[in-house]
Design a protein around this ligand. Structure first.
Ligand code: CTP
Ligand code: MG
Length: 226
């Protein structure tokens, strides 16, 4: 039977966040951010294994306890997110028809409900798909001087989130050229092969912790849930 593996790239430096400690190890409500991310994935009964990709030179991971029976640690992070995912996939060597759910370490507020919805809706899809949010705000094109040059119709526009769920064989094939700058998420790599991944409605709270101000918002969301 096909297995279901969560693959969590966590080898970034968090340059926009700007802290000396990478954002995935910063404290949120008494635990490193990454622990919240791994917990929601491990708690899903359909997920068999949770693999986290960290940098080979990571100085922080081993200073925490990670009491997750489903957890596998892969010290094979690469120069870009796509390379970290490709390296992690190569190290895991899953069966071609296993499902892989790639989920950003920095999206620690993913809800169990949204995760379950993705797995339920993609479980028999021929291509795979992603959580995404329909764009709610009016979209502006800005110029170099931060002046509006156009208003972009938002019909049909979605913001890609993670997890992004694809069969391991198709994903490995799509990420064969992980250094291609056009590959900014797994779906874009699958699209380059000519496929059209499914869009499953995500949630605003599944945002990516990116800027320093995001940490307090994530803490509030997680505190309200517990
Ligand atoms: N990531 C990774 N390997 C990289 C770069 C990023 O595994 N070489 C991971 C990050 O750890 C993060 C996820 O990919 O969990 C999404 O990336 P992002 O939010 O952009 O994190 P960073 O790249 O660390 O942040 P920044 O872009 O601000 O430097
Ligand atoms: Mg980045």
């Amino acid at each position: 039977m096909a297995r279901c593996i969560a693959l969590v790239p966590a080898a970034g430096h968090g340059s926009r966040f700007g802290s000396a400690t990478p954002k995935q190890y910063l404290d949120i409500n008494g635990q490193p951010l990454l622990a919240h991310t791994l917990a929601v994935l491990a708690a899903n009964p359909d997920i068999d294994q949770v693999a986290v990709v960290i940098s080979p030179g990571d100085e922080w991971f081993d200073s925490f306890d990670w009491p997750q029976p489903k957890l596998t640690v892969l010290r094979v992070g690469g120069a870009s997110r796509a390379e970290s995912v490709a390296n992690g996939l190569a190290a895991l060597a899953p069966a071609a028809d296993d499902w892989v759910l790639v989920h950003d370490a920095a999206r620690c507020c993913l809800s169990p409900q949204a995760l379950a919805r993705l797995i339920a809706e993609i479980g028999d899809d021929a291509v795979g798909g992603i959580l995404a949010q329909p764009v709610a705000d009016t979209v502006k094109q800005g110029d170099a001087a931060a002046r509006i040059s156009a208003t972009v119709p938002r019909d049909g526009l979605w913001l890609a989130q993670t997890p992004q769920m694809f069969r391991a064989g198709l994903l490995a094939c799509a990420l064969a050229d992980a250094a291609n700058p056009a590959i900014t998420d797994e779906a874009s790599a699958i699209e380059l092969l000519g496929h059209a991944p499914r869009l499953v409605v995500g949630e605003a709270q599944n945002f990516k912790v990116t800027w320093p101000g995001d940490l307090a918002l994530a803490a509030a969301i997680l505190a309200a849930r517990n």
